[in-house]
Each structure stands twice: as structure tokens, then as C-alpha cells.
Design a protein around this ligand. Structure first.
Ligand code: GLN
Length: 316
């Protein structure tokens, strides 16, 4: 059974709204020093002044500030839902194909992959996501729907692919292809590289919002059960493990600093979203496109850091 939301939540709705507004006001200007990812300028994630913060409680109450309902491509945050879909299909056998260690390298690095014989360090770097996509191509009847359908169920609406983002992802996927070929050469990719990369870039191009990502993260805060529908998504031990991987590997080579500053599991993406969850309490997402040198949203990271301090969210 999923845990019920805490009887006496420490924060009233109006307190939470006040905190979200204060945190947004204090952090959004930090975007000024970051760079947006190179991408088509018609995408909202190319607009450096966009900012949103959303918090989704287990009882369904949502609190948002800023551009929380503006759509953007999910990018690497989809790796959480890819991992979840693969764990649902093959369980922990998945970890024969991909590791569980932080990489300490950038998300699209090829260096470790050669040293470690084509087995990516973890499912949240690009190479790891390709291994997950390869497993989905084997194990799922409809590999795209195994992830997009799962995410759509969590959010409560059908999701669409942003074709502009998809074209740009396809064009920019030379490094992902290189990883795919290297993994194939070590026997750790069973499907044609083009098929694996195509599945990966389509998933990265799903349109989400800050609000819907906060909502989608809630099953991880709720022992693996979607609080919207009561449907078990993952067993409780597997949900914990996804949280453990997010905490240790979810923000690339800044994961240590995120764990230190925020103290709860997060996953970031190059469109500027950082999605997290605080077990037993809520899903959360911050969005601001300008990134720091490690590829994480500058203002999004600052906002979640402040939120963690104001609401005492660190689990550690
Ligand atoms: N589209 C990106 C890529 O694979 C996703 C990476 C990310 O969000 N960090 O290169």
C-alpha cells in the first residue's frame, strides 16, 4: 500500500505559495550568467528569461510560479522514465548492461566507455540511456510508448513529440552515434545504432511543462505508486533505487554538489529543467534554460537549493 500523505503537513498551502514566490524571486536572476543550449530559437527553451517552479503534493495539490505551463522538450529528464520503463520490463537484469556509479564526466563523454568495455557507468548519462533504449527495443512491444505512455499516465494527458526539437536532436546526435558504435563494438548494443539513437532522440523531444514534470515525479516520492491513480509503477525497492541513482548520478558530474546542497534526488536536462522528489512529500521541478558549465540549469539549481533550505528538505 502506498503511504498516505502526512496528516499534519508542516506547511500550509499559503506558506508553500509564499515560499515558492520568495525562492523564485531570489533565484531567477541567476540565469543571467548562464548560456542556453544551442537549439532552434523558436523553442521556449531557447528563451533565457523563462523561469518556473512547481511543486506537486501527493494529495494532488499543485503550487506553481512563473512559466509553469509553458511546454519544452524533456531532454535528459526522460532518462528517469526510460529507466523506470526498462526496470518494469526486465527488472534488475538491466544492470548487466549499465552500471550504477557516478561518472564524474560530462553527460555525453566517450572516454570511460572505451576503458570500461562499452558498459556505461549509469543510466543517466547518454551512453547509459542508449543501453536502456536498446533493452526497451528488445523487451517492449512498443518501446516508444513504454516510456511516453508511462509518462503520459503519470501526467494525466497524452504527450506529443516536438518536431522542431526532434529535428535538432537528430542533427546534433553525432556523439550519441559514436557512443552507440563503440558500445556495439563491445557487444553491448544489440540493435542497429540508428534505431537506438532514433528512439532516444524521440524520447528527448517529448513536450512537458514544469508543472507536469513535478506531477510525474510523485510516484518516486510515494514508494513507487502513482498517487493520481493509485497504480503501482515500480515496486517500493525499485523506486528507492531509482531515487538512489538520481541522487548519485542524476545531475552529471555535479551530482555530489547537488546532493550536498539539495539533499534529495534530482534529474536535469539541457532544456533547463531539474526534476526532483522528496520522498513522502512531493514532486518538484524548476525550469530556467540558461545552463552552467556542467549542463545544469543555473537558476533551477539555485531555486531548488533555496527551496531545500527553506522547507528543510534534505534527506541526509
Ligand atoms: N538531447 C540531449 C543529448 O542527448 C540530451 C542531453 C541532456 O539533456 N543532457 O545530447
Amino acid at each position: 500500500m502506498p503511504p498516505s500523505p502526512p496528516d499534519a503537513a508542516p506547511d500550509t498551502t499559503s506558506d508553500l505559495e509564499e515560499v515558492l514566490t520568495e525562492v523564485s524571486d531570489r533565484s531567477r536572476h541567476l540565469a543571467d550568467e548562464g548560456e542556453v543550449e544551442d537549439q532552434p530559437e523558436e523553442l521556449p527553451s531557447a528563451e533565457s528569461t523563462r523561469f518556473a517552479l512547481a511543486l506537486a503534493e501527493l494529495d494532488g495539490t499543485e503550487h506553481v510560479t512563473g512559466d509553469a505551463d509553458v511546454g519544452f522538450a524533456i531532454q535528459s529528464v526522460v532518462k528517469v522514465f526510460g529507466l523506470t520503463a526498462a526496470l518494469r520490463l526486465v527488472g534488475e537484469d538491466l544492470f548487466d548492461r549499465v552500471g550504477r556509479e557516478p561518472s564524474g564526466d560530462s553527460f555525453n563523454s566517450l572516454i570511460q566507455l572505451e576503458h570500461e568495455k562499452g558498459v556505461p557507468r549509469n543510466p543517466f548519462i547518454n551512453a547509459g540511456a542508449l543501453a536502456v533504449c536498446d533493452v526497451l527495443l528488445d523487451a517492449a512491444d512498443d518501446p516508444f510508448d513504454a516510456v511516453a505512455g508511462l509518462l503520459g499516465d503519470l501526467v494525466g494527458t497524452e504527450l506529443t513529440v516536438n518536431e522542431t526539437a526532434l529535428d535538432s536532436e537528430r542533427e546534433g546526435s553525432a556523439a550519441n552515434r559514436a557512443m552507440g558504435y563503440l558500445m556495439s563494438s563491445f557487444g553491448n548494443l544489440h540493435h542497429p545504432v540508428d534505431d537506438v539513437v532514433e528512439l532516444y532522440v524521440r524520447l528527448c523531444s517529448l513536450t512537458v511543462t514544469t508543472r507536469t514534470l513535478a506531477r510525474a515525479a510523485r510516484f518516486l516520492a510515494n514508494e513507487g505508486v502513482d498517487p493520481r491513480t493509485g497504480t503501482p509503477v515500480l515496486s517500493e525497492p525499485l523506486a528507492r533505487r531509482v531515487n538512489a541513482l538520481m541522487l548519485t548520478c542524476g545531475t552529471y558530474d555535479a551530482a555530489g554538489q547537488f546532493a550536498y546542497d539539495l539533499g534529495f534526488p534530482c534529474k536535469s536536462g539541457v532544456a533547463g529543467a531539474v526534476m526532483g522528489d522528496v520522498p513522502g512529500r512531493f514532486g518538484v521541478c524548476a525550469w530556467s534554460p540558461p545552463l552552467d558549465e556542467k549542463g545544469n540549469s543555473r537558476a533551477g539549481r539555485a531555486a531548488l537549493h533555496l527551496l531545500s533550505e527553506r522547507l528543510d528538505l534534505s534527506l541526509l
